[in-house]
Design a protein around this ligand. Structure first.
Ligand SMILES: [Zn+2]
Length: 438
């Protein structure tokens, strides 16, 4: 066993209360994810708190408020989105030179804790019960942010000088659009490789799916719902909700087809899919509905992206599929449905033989958490750094994403300790320990 590594691992274990206190401090800041027009909450306070801590340990700290232009020109972020009161942070521990650099990234926004009255304890006041730290964001992902911050702090405090730089980067807006991560990439935050400390359950995530949110609209023809109606060609009413039923069935058939179609399969991800999530239709109880809309959540794989990494090919496939279903219905053939696609959140993957994966897996096993390769069926900021910033990023963090976004969300304290240990070892092995750093 390498004595320097041993010292780092023991130091983190011995200071577990400090690690829990850090996670608890982060949970106490209200950083609830926003709708685009919402005012800021305590994002600036949280970033300021981390900036002050990291600067004290010798990092060169950059805290900045991106401009709307900084995230413009993607299919991912709504135009004009601003960052007033929502700064991003990048803190660089400069290496001695000659080593590979490492990005450690996490998001500071959390989903709303509502309904708060169903929590056992206040979601903003972290509480340890039965060895688990409870609070909004405990696992997704202020716990992971605490781990990566603490790992970097302990290395600095012990005087373990790495050869390569370690960049600690915390961003906003992951839960809504990924805008904070994109802003960080556009700001120049990068490294030779990166780790996003989402709650992977000590798996190493190498991929995530992308998503589209198509809204399908059909029109009917209003008329008195209690009266006999002539055929629509003779001026009779047409029920838009029933016409949407035709397309709802088409969506279900497409999902079934994708479930087994070879181009919709991935070794670490669920197949591509499309799920109806919102339906709206009708105007009045005694009127045939004139309009109906169906919103779907569509998930697509890295292999389904276009040459630029976006979902245009999947959009085209859905358009064709819906058009074919509509063509089989006389009304819909003459009154074709429309489809609007909103945000396009692009998928991402890194090759399973990327050298950081073996480093991370080895470090995790050495702190008692054997790891498997995996992927995130949803999306996370690793995609932006990997696709847009030239920083191949994996995911690695504590248990468990299944507890994210839940009432009484929690993370095991023991997992925080092992995650911080694993990250510290991975940083030492990836970046290299400089001579004289022991
Ligand atoms: Zn997350």
């Amino acid at each position: 066993v390498d004595p320097t590594e041993q010292r780092v691992v023991e130091e983190i274990a011995g200071r577990r209360d400090e690690l829990v206190a850090l996670a608890s401090e982060l949970i106490a800041f209200d950083t609830t994810a926003r709708h685009p027009e919402d005012p800021p909450r305590q994002e600036a306070e949280l970033q300021g708190y981390l900036a002050e801590r990291l600067a004290r340990r010798g990092a060169a700290v950059d805290v900045w408020e991106p401009a709307p232009e900084d995230v413009a020109g993607t299919r991912q972020v709504v135009p004009g989105l601003g960052f007033e009161g929502r700064p991003q942070l990048a803190a660089t521990f400069t290496g001695a030179g000659g080593g590979r650099s490492l990005l450690l990234n996490g998001h500071i926004d959390v989903v709303t804790p509502e309904p708060v009255d169903r929590w056992t304890s206040d979601p903003w006041r972290a509480e340890v019960r039965d060895g688990n730290l409870h609070g909004r964001g405990a696992c997704d992902m202020k716990g992971g942010v605490a781990c990566m911050t603490f790992a970097a702090e302990v290395l600095a405090q012990l005087g373990v000088r790495l050869a390569g730089d370690v960049v600690v980067c915390t961003v906003t807006d992951e839960e809504s659009s990924g805008a904070g991560g994109i802003a960080a990439v556009r700001h120049g935050v990068r490294a030779d490789a990166g780790i996003v400390t989402e709650p992977t359950g000590f798996d190493v995530w190498v991929a995530c799916r992308g998503s589209l949110t198509p809204v399908i609209r059909v029109e009917g023809r209003p008329g008195h719902a209690e009266m006999r109606q002539p055929h629509w060609r003779a001026g009779g009413a047409v029920n838009a909700i029933e016409k949407m039923g035709v397309l709802l069935d088409a969506v279900r058939r497409l999902r079934d087809e994708w479930l087994t179609r070879p181009d919709k399969q991935h070794p670490y991800l669920a197949p591509g899919t499309i799920v109806p999530v919102v339906v709206r239709g009708g105007e009045w109880e005694i009127t045939y509905p004139a309009a109906c809309s169906l919103t779907c959540e569509l998930m697509y794989l890295p292999a389904n992206a276009d040459a630029d990494g976006w979902g245009t090919l999947v959009e085209a496939e859905l358009r064709e599929w819906i058009a074919a279903a509509a063509a089989a219905d006389p009304w819909l053939r003459e009154h074709p449905p429309t489809i609007d696609f909103g945000q396009d959140i692009p998928p991402s993957e890194v090759p399973p033989d990327h050298p950081l994966i073996a480093v991370m897996a080895g470090a995790s096993a050495d702190v008692g958490e054997p790891t498997r390769l995996g992927g995130l069926d949803s999306w996370y900021d690793a995609a932006s750094f990997t696709r847009l910033g030239g920083t191949p990023c994996i995911g690695y963090g504590p248990r468990d994403i299944a507890w994210g976004h839940t009432i009484d969300e929690y993370v095991p304290v023991e997992d925080l300790v092992r995650c911080a240990q694993g990250l510290a070892l991975a940083a030492m092995r990836w970046c290299g320990v400089a001579d004289g750093g022991r």
